[in-house]
Design a protein around this ligand. Structure first.
Ligand code: DQA
Length: 164
């Protein structure tokens, strides 16, 4: 459903990280960089006011979640949010149930990965169950993948005038 921008002055965005992303900072830095998840989330909070302003929003509510339990992770997604930024970790390559929920909710989301999945040696990492339901995917830029996704989701919400 679409409406004018004034009804979306303050979008709410869920930033959801799945299995093992709580271990960032200890995982192989050649793929995942050196920052821990709370540093990445702090970085998003820091750039949010400028990005919100850039796209004409008064601000944007960021909610950060992480889980190592698949059913809990899947339950985080609901239409109470305007949009989501999602890195499911290894569930990207396995979770049909996550994909089914995202498809059913019709929640606009961007799939994010720190590493460049196309360059990883395990071919299974090139498979993503959620990608067909995403607005788009950003991967390979480390923590900048998340910052780029925040830019892109706000641009998308502005363009599409989505309801909260
Ligand atoms: C990841 C890539 C996945 O293949 C892996 O299982 C992860 C992290 C990434 O951000 O690059 O846990 O999603």
């Amino acid at each position: 459903m679409k409406t004018n921008l004034s009804s979306l002055k303050k979008p709410s965005i869920l930033v959801a990280n799945g299995v093992n992303l709580d271990l960032l900072g200890q995982r192989p830095s050649q793929y995942y960089g050196k920052k821990c998840l709370s540093d990445i989330n702090k970085g998003l909070r820091k750039i949010e006011p400028n990005l919100s302003k850039l796209f004409g929003f008064s601000s944007c509510d960021l909610t950060f979640v992480q889980s190592n339990c698949e059913s809990e992770f899947i339950s985080f997604f609901s239409t109470e949010y305007s949009a989501a930024i999602i890195n499911p970790g290894a569930w990207t390559h396995t979770s049909l149930s996550l994909a089914d929920r995202l498809e059913a909710l019709n929640l606009p989301f961007i799939e994010v990965h720190l590493s460049n999945l196309a360059l990883r040696k395990e071919r299974v990492r090139s498979i993503s169950f959620i990608r067909p339901h995403a607005i788009g995917s950003i991967c390979g830029f480390g923590y900048i993948s998340y910052e780029s996704a925040l830019f892109a989701i706000l641009a998308f919400l502005k363009e599409n005038h989505h309801l909260i």
